[in-house]
Ligand binder design. Structure first.
Ligand SMILES: [Zn+2]
Length: 101
């Protein structure tokens, strides 16, 4: 069970469950995309249709559906709002954590 499933279970609505499934797929796609970009040492790995572009959308969906507990989704939040808490440190933390599964 990942953090999206855990939040969905706390919220307990079918909409939360559905969003958790989409967020899980998005998370996996984003981690793969970033890992490939990292390995390729690309300076600008993002394209118009890469998963990063959906971070803002999913972040607003997460806040709408999950409420304040969406703040626990640090990976999503960092990608959607790189300026707010953000640090490269937080992102590399997430990358490490995401890599473990
Ligand atoms: Zn990207």
């Amino acid at each position: 069970m990942n953090s999206y499933d855990l939040l969905a279970a706390r919220v307990g609505t079918p909409e939360a469950q559905s969003l958790a499934e989409r967020l899980t797929a998005w998370h996996d796609a984003t981690v793969m995309h970033r890992r490939r970009a990292y390995l390729a040492r690309s300076a600008d790995p993002c394209s118009a249709d890469c998963p990063c572009q959906k971070a803002s959308y999913y972040w607003s969906e997460a806040r709408r559906v999950f409420g304040v507990v969406a703040a626990d989704l640090t990976f999503l939040r960092a990608l959607a709002d790189p300026g707010t808490d953000g640090s490269a440190g937080a992102q590399s933390d997430e990358r490490r954590r995401a890599g473990t599964g």
